[in-house]
Write a protein that binds this ligand. Sequence first.
Ligand code: ARG
Length: 602
Amino acid sequence: MTGDRYGSEIARVTVKAFRHLFPDLARSLPDLYIFHTDLLYERLETPKNPEMGNYALPLFDLAKITRKNPAEINSELTVVQNNVVRKDENLAHLSFEAVGGFNNARVSTAKLAESVLKDIAKKADDYGSSDEGSGKNIVIDFSSPNIAKPFGVGHLRSTAIGASLYRVFEKLGYKPIGINHLGDWGTQFGKLIVAYRLWGSEMMNKDPITGLYDLYVKFHKEEENDPSLSDKAREAFKALEDGQQEEAELWKEFRDLSLQSFMQIYDLLNVRFDYYHGESFYNDKMDITMDRLKKAGLIMESEGAQVVDLEQYDLPPCLLAKADGATLYATRDIAGILYRWQEFRFHKALYVVGSAQRDHFKQVFKVIELLEEAEGTPPEERIRSRLHHVEFGWIKFQDKAMSTRMGNIIILEDVLAKATRLAREMIVAKNPNLSDIDGTAEMIGVGAVIFADLSTRKHIDVNFDWDAVLTFEGETGPYLQYTHARLCSLVRHYAREIPPVSDFSCFDRQEENRVLDLLYRFPQIILEAAETYEPYVISSYLLNLGAAFNKVYQRKDDAGRIDKIISDDINLTAARMALVNAVRVVIREGLRLMGIEAPEEM
Ligand code: ARG
């Protein structure tokens, strides 16, 4: 229903008018299709003859019900509709007209131009913002890499999607709370401690993450020949869990080293978190969580382990504690949900995690649901319906050379560095006199990688191909950045404050209509991205806007010459510059919502 903003506006105005005209009917037949906005929207027709307006609503059904003449209803109806429109400046582009039994609606381009361009000039970057989320917390669990391992491209999608949703919800007035649920606990740290004690000096001259990862790999290799290592690792982890000082210090060092290296990536990607509550954060909350689940009668023993049986829901049992009492990934997520609810009273909690963990989240959410049922939680306090697993597909690299440094892990840092290097080559070839080549190359390179990720629908795998990702022509980040830079350059050339437009009727061409129409839809697009948890909605919108604007830019006049934006006609130029500026603002803001910077020159 969000697809057509005018259609839904017309439906809304019409429903309002119906309620006004037929209050009894509206009350006695509330389900009647015409009183329901969505259904009314579906009834709107597009007249074949554009003279008849942009939309038409046949009134014959209503005439039958009310036993009135359709034309009579229509003339009353249009009066009320036009009154509604007159009172709302955001609807100034709409007008209604009675033509027999057809209630016709028209979208005026000049009025649309007026309302959109004025709105964007006034609000600038705030265009599309709203306060619909005011007072509501949205917890977003995203990125969440595992420490003591390199940050692989596998965690790029969660990072990019999560960070974008964070900005989108913030723009809509929500208070997003970004949590990095680091994988910083588990038996692997026992192994790492043993390996570090045995061979730690070997990692001295490597960068710490490579060093730790090599230790981990070496441990697994040596463990095959020397099973006593496994026991040592178990002991070390036990010591860590019991809070033994030496082990705790080593673990903390591993964690700090990892965080330092992750921070560099987050800086490059412009990503921030409100909390780094990793899995270890829940260590002191395990007992109460287990007690609560036990009290609710949900836990049973299975081969020594503690589980919640979920067979009747077609799910594997949810494993909460091993025979030795050690708690697990799911236990920490359950404790996390309970903690986050208590702490943040979230409107929603999103888990931006790959689809490989679908069952995990189904299990965990089911356990929460069962817990609420068992505890008899009042409906308004129930969390289950607020929890969403925002899942996504894999990212696949065509570039085999990328995966050599660390076995088969593709390191995100390497990808970003290569992207920046390629972007730099492109700049040097195109615009060698650019003032900040390195800074711009980074914005383009990093932006290209993020865009490649966010311009694929979440559930589809990203096929990462360097040539397709880093080009100024095509559906890429650099293409949008380049379009934006060209708009900035027009504004620079104009070299004046853009004056208020005096005559909006000059936007009379189809190319401009399309751009205005898209600009008008931007606020709706942001809402849709939030509703569907899908930054792709924004990336595809921006590509459409870029393409539509490039048509305006390349438009020829009747004599076949490029119809320049800046011409001798002062009023026309001012009007076109208002359009240029509006597109510039929206592209930059759209890119920002995706976490991509927009250089003014490139
Ligand atoms: N560390 C996990 C992984 O890399 C992702 C954690 C996602 N968040 C969560 N609350 N489980 O697979």
